[in-house]
Design a protein around this ligand. Structure first.
Ligand SMILES: Cc1cc2nc3c(=O)[nH]c(=O)nc-3n(C[C@H](O)[C@H](O)[C@H](O)COP(=O)(O)O)c2cc1C
Length: 237
């Protein structure tokens, strides 16, 4: 059997094309060096993206996109976000945390929350890259924020252990070039580890076939069991 290729999406949350975008490129290039991996990138530089206002028009109309805002969030981004097997969130550190831009982008993925609830993202692997102007400018905390963002939709977090504990921490030094040797090593190792883990998961899915499903990836026996979990918590399914 030929295993399905794994698709890794990288999202850069900087308002400008600079160090974060380059750090993400470094991770994606390393991921692509692993056979069977394809990557794609969304660079949010220059984008004006509004925060979700929780109006639920997307949910009520059963749409896979937000029909409310006419801003720079392209429809194709929803497709990319929905279909990836691995995901990297890369952000500059602003005031010790992720940018509003990447937060706004993620909040606007709400139309796809139905898929997260069904467990469609539960087999996805994810990782974070945080770029700060300071050596210790909040990278560690910011990576925790990125990891939490991913986990909130069921994504499994890749950390490195040993050399990079909870994601790639990058120091932008002159705020223009990607010239932090440790940071570069971390982005590369992170990209490769994410790629290998995507392959391992894909090969498991291919091998197990119908023995494993989306509900299992959220820790439930089947769809009915998953649905009951939501209902018991007073949530719609
Ligand atoms: C509003 C703002 C807040 C920032 N806050 C931090 C911070 O808390 N910690 C830090 O290390 N760098 C901080 N920086 C510096 C950026 O993280 C740094 O310039 C980084 O290279 C930006 O990423 P970019 O080059 O991809 O745009 C801040 C920059 C801006 C514009």
């Amino acid at each position: 059997m030929v295993a399905k290729k794994s698709l890794i999406l990288g999202i850069s949350g900087s308002p400008r094309v600079s160090v974060t975008s380059k750090a993400l490129d470094s991770a994606l290039k390393a991921a692509e060096s692993v056979p069977g991996i394809t990557t794609m990138k969304i660079d949010l530089a220059g984008h004006d993206i509004s925060n979700c206002k929780n109006c639920n028009v997307c949910i009520n109309k059963n749409l896979d996109f937000c029909p409310v805002f006419k801003d720079d969030l392209k429809k194709e981004y929803y497709e990319m976000y929905k279909n990836c097997d691995g995901i990297i969130l890369a952000t500059p550190i602003y005031h010790m945390t992720a940018t509003g831009l990447i937060q706004n982008f993620l909040s606007r993925m709400k139309p796809l929350s139905q898929y997260a609830r069904q467990g469609k993202f539960g087999s996805r692997m994810g990782a974070g890259i945080a770029v700060g102007g300071m050596r210790n400018g909040g990278q560690d905390f910011c990576l925790t924020v990125l990891n939490n963002m991913l986990q909130s939709s069921g994504v499994n977090i890749i950390g490195g252990g040993v050399q990079f504990y909870n994601g790639a921490a990058v120091w932008s030094k002159n705020q223009k070039e990607l010239n932090d040797e440790n940071g570069i090593l971390e982005t590369q190792a992170l990209g490769r580890k994410l790629a290998y883990m995507c392959k391992v998961v894909q090969s498991g899915i291919d091998t197990l076939g119908e023995d494993i499903n989306d509900a299992n990836f959220l820790g439930f026996h089947n769809d009915e069991d998953l649905k009951q979990g939501y209902l018991n918590r007073g949530l719609d399914y």
